[in-house]
Design a binder for this molecule. Structure first.
Ligand code: 2AM
Ligand code: CA
Ligand code: CA
Ligand code: CA
Length: 274
């Protein structure tokens, strides 16, 4: 790789690929959900559409940028050996359907999430709600957008007035811990929202439709695109005690709410448990 491609160039590719992928997911839903099997637990489902959409994304990226590698939820690493040490190397991160349970039930809150990393840093991302066509994008340093409008996060300053999105894992021991944290949190905030698709939760926070978001147990494909979109809309996206956002905990909160929410979640051991 000679030079790293510009974020805008990668976003253009991501947009084309994510739109085609979202169309496939939507059309397959209309035709009826098929090929349903379970993964980690009996409520952790995957469908033929999750697999078909990811295969389509892999093929489209191979065509557009054959030298790049890809990490996806359903097929893991593709595109050859790890090139993370090669300067300017691009890795794509895809969640073909974020919100598979919603997809299964026909709830219009499921999305294709596609991000591009250069030298291990996410520089471009798109999240497209496949049911509604709503689309959020961002480039690193270039802002976050929906339908051509620049996004700004909430300016709420009072945690007691904050509407906070979160989610729960598929593992029942983890869910018990998450429910305990939530029971302690609810009296301290306005209310919670649980929509069932992490990437879309981050986009809702980016546009101020919720004030903040937190969750334990996110994978790279849940966070990559939505995390950039949230950060570019002004949210602070991080973990506990100065750690980067990751599987232990993701907190996405406006600068005005980050500290109080962080301290509350730290006190409740939100990153602990199974
Ligand atoms: P998925 O639909 O791609 O599997 C973070 O909460 C992410 O984990 C969600 O966006 C969803 O991604 C998945 N997830 C984990 N547990 C879930 C649950 N109990 N119900 C719905 N989605 C869940
Ligand atoms: Ca899944
Ligand atoms: Ca997901
Ligand atoms: Ca998924």
């Amino acid at each position: 790789q000679d030079t790293a491609p510009a974020p805008g160039e990668l976003l253009e590719i991501a947009l084309v690929v994510a739109r085609e992928a979202a169309d496939t997911a939507r059309v397959m839903r209309v035709e009826g959900v098929s090929g349903v099997t379970t993964k980690s637990t009996r409520t952790d489902v995957v469908t033929a559409a999750d697999r078909a959409v990811e295969r389509q994304v892999l093929a489209a990226l191979r065509e557009a940028r054959p030298q790049d590698t890809v990490l996806g939820e359903e097929y893991g690493d593709s595109g050859g050996p790890d090139r993370s040490a090669v300067p300017g190397a691009v890795r794509w991160i895809v969640d073909p359907i974020d919100g598979t349970v919603n997809y299964l039930y026909g709830l219009p809150q499921y999305a294709v999430s596609l991000a591009a990393e250069v030298d291990g840093v996410v520089v471009a991302g798109v999240v497209r709600n496949a049911a509604t066509g709503d689309e959020w994008t961002a480039t690193r340093g270039g802002g976050a957008y929906r339908a051509g409008r620049r996004l700004r996060c909430s300016t709420e300053t009072d945690l007691g007035q904050a509407l906070v999105a979160t989610g729960f894992g598929y593992d029942s021991a983890r869910r018990v811990h998450q429910a305990r944290v939530l029971a302690q949190l609810i009296p301290q905030i306005r209310d919670i929202r649980r929509f069932g698709a992490a990437a879309l939760d981050l986009c809702l926070a980016a546009e101020g439709a919720v004030d903040a978001y937190y969750e334990k147990g996110l994978a790279a494909w849940d966070l990559a695109a939505g995390g950039l979109i949230a950060a570019e809309a002004g949210l602070r996206v991080a973990g506990l005690a100065g750690a980067a956002a990751g599987p232990d905990l993701v907190i996405a909160a406006p600068p005005t709410l980050f500290e109080p929410l962080h301290d509350l979640l730290a006190g409740l051991d939100a990153s602990g448990g199974p």
